[in-house]
Design a protein around this ligand. Structure first.
Ligand code: ADP
Length: 194
């Protein structure tokens, strides 16, 4: 290994990731990811916020999908959202770490990214999947998120822009630490809030 090797491997990824603190439903991006549950019939947290902002058409479309297993992803239109697409993925419920939670969380991120590729979304925003009602520890979840996103962006040209939409300062700080650790070339663009 020689100096600069890491930079070369990640060069395609680091300039495309932005970290913000705020409400994912307010973002002007082509697709947003929903941290849904397996029924896809709505819930609390970010799922509830997305359904409220998208309006009843989203639930009607979700009903036709027949659910989604943990770790997989399904795509609908954005309805009343500014985003054209909602990519619903189901993160794991935290059960102490011995039930393949890290693999399932990585699958949720990766399968959502694959859905974004399929619809050709140039910009995509993620919430911190599984870190609310599902209880995944924030620091560990942030490392899984950044690791999976970094490796995917290094291999693919799309999405061109990826937003990590954190709902609290604590969550944003966990993601910032994970970015500095796993993608040292990444630079924060100041204190982005929406
Ligand atoms: P899960 O069941 O996957 O844990 P939650 O919706 O309970 O999903 O929480 C996932 C993350 O989304 C949490 O960090 C929570 O604070 C955050 N969150 C809640 N509402 C919003 C929102 N409107 N925009 C972005 N993130 C949100």
């Amino acid at each position: 290994m020689w100096p600069g090797w890491c930079n070369a491997a990640h060069a395609k990824a680091y300039g495309r990731i932005r970290l913000i603190t705020g409400d994912i439903t307010a973002l002007k991006v082509e697709a947003i990811v929903n941290a849904a549950n397996e029924s896809l019939l709505g819930g609390g947290g970010v799922d509830g916020a997305i359904h409220r902002a998208a309006g009843p058409g989203l639930l009607a479309e979700c009903r036709r999908l027949g659910g989604c297993p943990t770790g997989q992803a399904r795509t609908t239109r954005g309805h009343a959202l500014s985003a054209a697409w909602v990519i619903h993925t189901v993160g794991p419920i935290w059960r102490g770490g011995g039930c393949a939670e890290a693999q399932l969380l990585a699958d949720a991120y990766r399968n959502a990214l694959i859905e974004a590729l399929k619809v050709g979304a140039a910009s995509l925003a993620f919430p911190a999947i599984s870190t609310g009602a599902y209880g995944y520890p924030k620091e560990e979840a942030a490392r899984v998120a950044v690791h999976t996103i970094r490796d995917f962006l290094a291999e693919h040209d799309m999405p061109q822009q990826l937003v990590l939409a954190c709902f609290s300062e604590e969550s944003a700080q966990a993601h910032e630490r994970a970015l500095h650790e796993l993608l040292p070339e990444w630079k924060s663009c100041g204190d982005a809030k929406v």
